[in-house]
Ligand binder design. Structure first.
Ligand code: BES
Ligand code: MN
Ligand code: ZN
Length: 502
C-alpha cells in the first residue's frame, strides 16, 4: 500500500472514496462539514441527526455520487465524542473504513484529517490502523480469499507547514503496522510449517534485510551452556530447539557491557504446545500453534527498532521449541537444572513456557541485559482473570512496570498489573528441588511470574502474559479475527520514547 499526504482541499482529492469522520453532536452547518454539505446538496444536514449517522463509533454511511467533490464515493464514519477522541480511535476508524471500502472494491481511499490530535501521531495511527485493518489470515485459502487490495491511502490535511511531521508519522506508522502484521503472519502459520528451524530462518531473513546481528544457538551450544530447562522441554520433539538472538546496536553507542542500558526482549517461542506427557485435551489444541506469539512479537519489535533507530542497545531473544510427548519426552517428576544452576521439579510438562524462558533470561543477563521485558502466551489463568481484554503485567520493579503501563496507555493497549506478594512465592517451593514448574490453577498467572522472577535476579524485569489477548476469536470492524500482534506497539513505544531518545 502506498501512503501519501496531500495538502489540498478535500474536494480536489482524486480517490475512489473520501472518508470523513463525523463526531457526536456535530452540526452540518459548522466548520469543515459546511463545505461538504453544500457540495453534496445538503446531504449532511439530512443525515446528521437522523438515526443513520449520529456520530457514534461504528456507524457508517456510504454514499454514491456525492456531488461536487472529485472522489467517486463518500464514506461517513462515526467518531464518537470529540472530547474522547484518541489515537486509538483514529486507528480503529481508519481500520474499519479500509476494511469496509476494500469490501466495496475501492483501490484508493482518502482520509480527511479532522482530529485535533498531534498531526504526526495521528498520521502514524491512521497508517497503523489501515495496515492492521487490511491484514487477512487467509494465506491458505483457495476460495473466498480476499484478493481485493487498497493500494493507495491518501491523508488529506489542510495545514501546510507540517509536511515533515506528517511524513515522519506516516513512515513510523508503516514501520510499526508492517511489523505487527509480520508477527500475525507468523502466529497464524501451521506448526508443521513454522518449526523452530523455520522460525530461525525467518528471523535470519528479517535480520539480513533490516541490518540486525543474529546468532542462532543450536542444541549442542545450549548443552555447553547448561540450558537444562530449555533442553528438557525440547527432548520430546523430533524438531531441534533453537535459541535465536537478535542484536540492535545504535550508531555511536557505547559497546554493550560498558555501563550503558541494554534492554532485552524475550519472547516465548513454543511453535506447538501439545502439553507434552501432561497432554492437553484435543478440543482447541489446534490453536496451540500460536504459543510462539511472544517470539513473533519479539521479532516484530526488533525489526521495527532496526528501522526506527532509537539510541539504546536492544537484544531480542527467542527461545523456540515444540512441546511434544514421546518416548524421549521429559516427564512429570523429572528434575531439570537450569543454566543459572537452579533445580526445577517438573510437576506438569504443560508448564513449559516458563522453562524455556528461564534459560533465555539467564542468557540475556550473560549478554549484558540491564532491563528485561518478556512476552509470553504463558497461562490459561490470565484469561480467567482478565479475559481477552487486558494483557497481564507483573514485574520486580514498580517504576519499570509503571513506565510500561504508561507506554501501553499512549498507544491504546490495555495492560493490567497483577500483584506479586511474597506469599505467592511459597507456592512454587518444591519438596525435592529448588522450585517446581507448576503450582496448580489458583493464581496461575502470578505463580508463573514468580517462577520467571527467579531468573531475572537483580535485573529490572517485567513480564507480559499475552495468552488471553494474542488471539482474537471475533471479527471486529477494524480487524480480522485471529492473531492480534498485541503488546508490540507498547514495547516499541517504550524502547523508542521512554529510554534514550532518537
Ligand atoms: N501455552 C499454554 C498457555 C495457554 C493456554 C496459552 C491457552 C493460550 C491459550 C501454557 O504453556 C500452559 O499450558 N500453561 C498451563 C500452566 C499450568 C500447567 C500450570 C495452563 O495455563 O494451564
Ligand atoms: Mn503448555
Ligand atoms: Zn505453552
Amino acid at each position: 500500500m502506498e501512503v501519501r499526504a496531500e495538502f489540498k482541499k478535500f474536494h480536489d482529492v482524486e480517490a475512489d472514496a473520501l472518508v470523513v469522520t463525523i463526531y457526536e453532536g456535530e452540526k452540518a452547518e459548522e466548520g469543515a462539514l459546511r463545505d461538504l454539505d453544500e457540495r453534496s446538496g445538503g446531504l449532511l444536514r439530512e443525515l446528521i441527526g437522523s438515526d443513520e449517522m449520529r456520530g457514534k463509533q461504528g456507524e457508517m454511511v456510504y454514499v454514491h455520487k456525492p456531488g461536487d467533490i472529485r472522489a467517486r464515493r463518500l464514506l461517513l464514519v462515526g467518531g464518537g465524542k470529540r472530547e474522547d477522541s484518541s489515537l486509538d480511535g483514529v486507528r480503529k476508524v481508519t481500520g474499519s473504513a479500509a476494511r469496509f471500502l476494500r469490501g466495496k472494491g475501492a483501490r484508493s481511499m482518502a482520509m480527511l484529517r479532522r482530529s485535533q490530535l498531534d498531526i504526526g501521531s495521528s498520521a502514524q495511527a491512521a497508517v497503523e490502523g489501515a495496515l492492521i485493518g487490511l491484514f487477512e489470515p487467509d494465506r491458505y485459502k483457495t476460495e473466498d480469499k480476499e484478493e481485493r487490495r487498497i493500494t493507495e491511502l491518501i491523508l488529506v490535511a489542510a495545514s501546510p507547514g507540517s509536511e515533515n511531521e506528517l511524513a515522519r508519522g506516516v513512515e513510523r506508522g508503516r514501520i510499526i503496522g508492517d511489523a505487527i502484521n509480520l508477527a500475525r503472519e507468523l502466529s497464524n502459520e501451521p506448526a508443521s510449517t513454522l518449526t523452530p528451524t523455520e522460525l530461525a530462518e525467518r528471523a535470519r531473513e528479517t535480520a539480513a534485510r533490516f541490518g540486525l546481528d543474529i546468532d542462532v544457538l543450536d542444541e549442542a551450544r545450549m548443552k555447553d551452556l547448561g540450558m537444562g530447562a530449555l533442553l528438557g522441554v525440547a527432548r520430546g520433539s523430533d524438531e531441534p530447539a533453537k535459541l535465536i538472538v537478535l542484536r540492535y546496536t545504535p550508531e555511536g553507542a557505547e559497546p554493550m557491557g560498558t555501563g550503558g542500558e541494554v534492554i532485552a526482549i524475550v519472547g516465548k517461542g513454543i511453535t506447538f504446545d501439545s502439553g507434552g506427557i501432561s497432554i492437553k485435551p484435543s478440543e482447541g489444541m489446534e490453536k496451540m500453534k500460536y504459543d510462539m506469539s511472544g517470539a513473533a512479537a519479539t521479532l516484530a519489535v526488533m525489526r521495527a527498532i532496526a528501522q526506527l533507530k532509537p539510541s539504546v542497545n536492544v537484544i531480542g531473544l527467542m527461545p523456540t521449541s515444540e512441546n511434544m510427548p514421546s518416548g524421549r519426552a521429559y516427564k512429570p517428576g523429572d528434575v531439570l537444572r537450569a543454566m543459572n544452576g537452579t533445580t526445577i521439579e517438573v510437576i506438569n510438562t504443560d508448564a513449559e513456557g516458563r522453562l524455556v524462558l528461564a534459560d533465555a533470561m539467564t542468557y540475556a543477563k550473560k549478554l549484558g541485559a540491564t532491563r528485561m521485558i518478556d512476552l509470553a502466551t504463558l497461562t490459561g489463568s490470565v484469561s480467567v482473570a482478565l479475559g481477552a481484554v487486558n494483557v497481564a503485567i507483573l514485574g520486580n520493579d514498580q517504576v519499570f512496570v509503571d513506565e510500561l503501563r504508561g507506554a501501553a496507555r499512549e498507544v491504546g493497549e490495555r495492560f493490567w498489573q497483577l500483584p506479586m506478594d511474597d506469599e505467592y512465592r511459597e507456592l512454587i517451593k518444591s519438596d525435592i528441588a529448588d522450585i517446581k514448574n507448576s503450582a496448580g490453577r489458583y493464581a496461575g498467572t502470578i505463580t508463573a511470574a514468580w517462577f520467571l522472577r527467579e531468573f531475572a535476579g537483580d535485573v529490572k524485569w517485567a513480564h507480559l502474559d499475552i495468552a488471553g489477548t494474542a488471539w482474537e476469536n471475533e471479527r471486529k470492524s477494524y480487524m480480522s479475527k485471529g492473531p492480534t500482534g498485541v503488546a508490540i506497539r507498547t514495547v516499541i513505544n517504550y524502547v523508542c520514547n521512554h529510554t534514550g531518545k532518537r
